[in-house]
Design a protein around this ligand. Structure first.
Ligand code: T4K
Length: 399
């Protein structure tokens, strides 16, 4: 393995252009132009247009799910889901997630009941879920399928049935994953995907709620459209969660390219795995519970003592190389506004979340990087570890 000259010591940055962490797939210009021309010619821009319907059918067929309801973004999909499920009160959910997970509950008038996660997989810990169900009046479980992996669904389902509370999923990170041949999108009462530009299937902005429950789907379709839509069913209130035709067009093109996206991600992930293998104090998180993953994120844990540098120091080293590694998720949701004010002491019962927020670092994957780039980043990380004492001195004691 090569040792490289580090930019923090004055070498030129390893990459000329900044390398972001997200997927950032965008179609070829000519395909994009054709799709936009079609929309202009039809003069039908939103409100369940032909491309949105086509996308929903393609998603239903691909996932083997009865209903795929496309929405503006996953955040509003999660808000609509909480209303469609008729939830009240406290909802068990991880604080180790993107803040949108909990914000969806707050917007729906619900209270997130933060639950700790598994230290190895980072997914919601069913034992901690059970403790919270025992000691609280709980309205639902909102689990998050993180990092192209999934939660311990069977155990969560048992708990949801035993305590009579619905189980639903924020699957913003899990499009394209499956568990023993069953596509993610078919688990729990419903699942919500994100099609944000940083996600493996992109509509630039967008999302989708999937369910096999006809009644729930009818409610979701009504909530999505301000005047209601489809068969008249009772809903508490409606919103505007509609996906535009431009978003649907991009998502359809992204879906056409999906096999290539997965192949590229697999190669990049394998290159990271090879170059980072055996590095003291660094653990690369590998999806555990899925039979197929999307490799949407490259997540590392940095153990400061063993690696010789802290996570933030390594991030500074990488930034100097134009590698925009991110600290997803930092801080934990429980330490963000307004939750830090609502629940100031909650960190005490989230020791795993607290530890992960201090040591997790996300490396680039997606369109802006190939396997050679991933190897280069791996070599930078390896060199930083080998020269940890000098790096630390140079950075001047960054935490
Ligand atoms: N649940 C979970 C578990 C989630 O992770 C998310 C979203 C949601 C729910 C909600 O889904 P949506 O409502 O968003 O559909 C990003 C994404 O905006 C967000 O979608 C994602 N999770 C989250 C994990 O990451 P930021 O604020 O960290 O992204 P941002 O804008 O800093 O972009 C990341 C990097 O990519 C930067 O270096 C800039 C670069 N970039 C970004 C965009 C959008 C580009 O170069 N071009 C671009 O177009 O949240």
């Amino acid at each position: 393995m090569n040792t490289v000259e580090l930019a923090i010591f004055g070498a030129p940055p390893a990459f000329e252009e900044p390398l972001p962490v997200g997927q950032l797939y965008f179609p070829e210009w000519s395909a994009y132009e054709d799709a936009m021309r079609g929309i202009f010619e039809r003069q039908y821009y939103t409100n369940q247009g032909p491309l949105t319907r086509q996308l929903e059918q393609a998603l239903e067929a691909r996932l083997g799910v009865r209903h795929a309801i496309c929405v503006t973004n996953a955040t509003i999909g999660l808000m609509m889901a909480a209303d469609a499920l008729g939830l009240r009160g406290k909802v068990i959910t991880p604080a180790f997630s993107f803040i949108a997970t909990s914000q969806s509950l707050t917007w729906a008038g619900l209270e997130p009941l933060f639950c700790d996660v598994d230290p190895l997989t980072h997914q919601l810990d069913p034992s901690r879920v059970e403790e919270l169900l025992e000691s609280n009046d709980v309205g639902a479980i909102l689990a998050v399928n993180l990092w192209g992996d999934v939660c311990a669904h069977d155990r969560l389902l048992q708990l949801s049935e035993r305590y009579g509370v619905p189980l639903y999923y924020d699957s913003a990170h899990a499009f394209g994953c499956s568990v023993q041949g069953r596509a993610v999108g078919n688990f729990g009462s419903l699942e919500v995907f994100s099609f944000h530009a940083t996600k493996v299937l992109s509509a630039a902005e967008g999302g989708c709620v999937c369910t096999n429950d006809d009644q729930l789907a009818a409610r979701l379709r009504n909530i999505r459209s301000s005047y209601g839509a489809g068969p008249a069913v009772h809903v508490r209130r409606t919103a505007n969660g509609r996906m535009s035709e431009a978003q649907a067009a991009i998502a359809l093109l992204s879906l056409d390219n999906f096999a290539k996206t997965l192949e590229r991600n697999r190669d990049v992930f394998a290159a990271y795995r090879d170059t980072l293998a055996g590095l003291p104090g660094l653990r690369l998180i590998e999806p555990q519970a899925v039979s197929a993953t999307n490799y949407q994120y490259v997540v590392c844990e940095i153990d400061t003592e063993c690696f010789g540098l802290g996570r933030d120091e390594l991030q500074a080293v990488l930034r100097a190389e134009n590698v925009l590694a991110r600290r997803y998720f930092y801080p934990g949701i429980h330490r963000c506004t307004p939750y830090d004010e609502y629940y100031p002491q909650v960190g005490e019962r989230l020791p795993v979340t607290e530890a992960l927020c201090a040591k997790v670092l996300q490396l680039p994957i997606g369109q802006s990087i190939d396997a050679a780039g991933a190897r280069r980043i791996g070599e930078i990380v390896r060199t930083a570890q080998q020269q940890a004492a000098n790096v630390r001195r140079n950075l001047g004691g960054l935490a």
